[in-house]
Design a binder for this molecule. Sequence first.
Ligand SMILES: Nc1ncnc2c1ncn2[C@@H]1O[C@H](COP(=O)(O)OP(=O)(O)OP(=O)(O)O)[C@@H](O)[C@H]1O
Ligand SMILES: Nc1ccn([C@@H]2O[C@H](COP(=O)(O)O)[C@@H](O)[C@H]2O)c(=O)n1
Ligand SMILES: [Mg+2]
Length: 261
Amino acid sequence: MWRRVALFSPMMKKSSSSRSLTLNQKGFGLKVGESFATEIINPEEGVSPPKEKAPFITFVLGGPGSGKGTQCERIVETFGLTHLSAGDLLRREIAFNTKNGAMILNLIKEGKIVPSEVTVKLIQKELESSDSRKFLIDGFPRTEENRVAFERIIRADPDVVLFFDCPEEEMVKRVLNRNQGRVDDNITTMKKRLKIFEALNRPVIDYYENKGKLYTINAVGTVDDIFQQVLPIFSSFEQLKECRHVNPKSPLGSSLVENSS
Ligand SMILES: Nc1ncnc2c1ncn2[C@@H]1O[C@H](COP(=O)(O)OP(=O)(O)OP(=O)(O)O)[C@@H](O)[C@H]1O
Ligand SMILES: Nc1ccn([C@@H]2O[C@H](COP(=O)(O)O)[C@@H](O)[C@H]2O)c(=O)n1
Ligand SMILES: [Mg+2]
């Protein structure tokens, strides 16, 4: 669960990272009274509050079939991040026949984007109920509207944005061979998804490129080849050095510290 720390004096607002300061001040959109511990510190004593680091958030972008889910599995094995797939959360609503289930099914069949409020609320529920401090949010944000809704509701920014760059021809081939019984894995819906991806996801990619947070991965090649491009990105982040799930096959496996918490 995420905890919030109250800050009272400007001196206490000092933080080694301006980004985590912003995130901590905003409190990730957690509701007051819900998993919310406020620590009160006397400003006169100048005691620094215990550092509550913001969770590490990665957005995973890429066209349909570019290999996002596949690479997320490898990242989870090696770095222990918690994988939240926006598409899977939406499909779960359909499977559980929730109040939004039918609406979501109709949109997914058409390759259209579900209203951001719905998707972000599902992500928020997962973030708030998890004990993890590091997340991979896969297939999100799909649109500028998604991105803005996340900022408004969750009040957090990603640390890393991965973009799996794959030619359309290859994505079509992969999706049509996927065989997982998805209602959108057919050529008609795939064509619509590709159009929507180009029109609506590109501005999001450009936005994070301008912010210096975008890592573009060439998504053509074997799963291993592609993961070799991902490895150095995550290896450079201190927060990820303590890994819950160490993959002995990973080139980093032996240097990671196992943490059972
Ligand atoms: N590098 C690769 N080479 C060949 N096939 C791959 C590669 N990576 C993934 N695949 C296969 O391509 C299909 C699509 O991959 P995946 O489900 O990971 O894509 P995705 O980006 O999550 O797609 P979607 O956005 O539709 O969920 C899967 O069947 C997967 O096994
Ligand atoms: N942010 C999102 C993510 C997904 N959708 C809808 O789900 C479909 C499948 O998504 P995958 O990530 O599993 O490919 C997608 O085509 C959209 O219809 C969404 O609306 N918003
Ligand atoms: Mg996927």
